[in-house]
Ligand binder design. Structure first.
Ligand code: ADP
Length: 173
C-alpha cells in the first residue's frame, strides 16, 4: 500500500499523529517558528530530552539534514522528530540537505514504527527557502521515500501561501 500524502492548513502543535516533525535549529535548544511553538505547547520534557542529546550524541548540535527523535511531552503525539533544515542560499544549492531532512525524518519514523507523521514546511520560515521550490522538493522526496510502516504523511501548512504551494506541488506530480 502506498503512503498517503495529505495537506492540512493549521498549527502543527495542534495535530494528532504518531510523530510530529520539528523544524529545529542545530542547537536543539529551541528557537522561533515551529520550534518555539513545539517547545511552548509540548512543555519542558522535550527541552530536557534535547539537552540530554546535547550532553551525549550531539555535543556540537544536530547538523543540517539530520534527524533525531525525542518524547513529544504534552503534545498529542508519541514522538517529536527534530530535523535541521538548511538556510536557503542564492549562491549554493543546498537542496540535497533539505531533501535529507525529509528522508532521514521518515527513516527515524519508520524505525519507531510510526504510522502517521506530520511535517511542517521545513526551511520556509526563518531559513527563507522559497515556498514553491521547497514544496516541490518536499513532495517529491516524500513520494520517493515513504514506505510502510508509515501510512500517512501529513504536511501541516501554517498559512494560505504555504498551503497553495503544497497543493500545486501535489497536483503536479
Ligand atoms: P525554518 O527555520 O526551518 O525556516 P520556521 O519554523 O521558521 O523553520 O518555519 C518553517 C515553516 O513553518 C514556515 O512556513 C512557517 O510559516 C511555518 N510555521 C511556523 N509556525 C508553525 C506552526 N505552529 N505550525 C506549522 N507551521 C508553522
Amino acid at each position: 500500500m502506498d503512503t498517503r500524502i495529505t495537506l492540512v492548513l493549521g498549527d502543527i502543535t495542534r495535530q494528532h499523529a504518531d510523530a510530529l516533525v520539528n523544524a529545529a535549529n542545530s542547537s536543539l535548544l529551541g528557537g522561533g517558528g515551529v520550534d518555539g511553538a513545539i517547545h511552548r505547547r509540548g512543555g519542558p520534557e522535550i527541552l530536557a530530552a534535547c539537552r540530554a542529546l546535547r550532553a551525549s550524541h550531539y555535543g556540537k548540535g544536530l547538523p543540517a539534514g539530520r534527524a533525531v527523535a525525542t518524547t513529544a511531552g504534552r503534545l498529542d503525539a508519541r514522538w517529536v522528530i527534530h530535523t535541521v533544515g538548511p538556510v536557503h542560499s542564492a549562491e549554493e544549492d543546498r537542496s540535497a540537505l533539505l531533501a535529507s531532512c525529509y528522508r532521514t525524518s521518515l527513516a527515524v519514523a519508520a524505525e519507531l514504527e510510526a504510522r502517521t507523521v506530520a511535517f511542517p514546511a521545513i526551511s520556509t520560515g526563518i531559513f527563507r527557502w522559497p515556498l514553491d521550490d521547497a514544496a516541490r522538493l518536499a513532495v517529491r522526496t516524500v513520494r520517493e521515500q515513504a514506505t510502510p510502516p508509515v501510512e500517512e504523511v501529513r504536511f501541516v501548512l501554517f498559512d494560505e501561501d504555504a498551503y497553495g504551494a503544497f497543493t500545486r506541488a501535489l497536483a503536479a506530480g
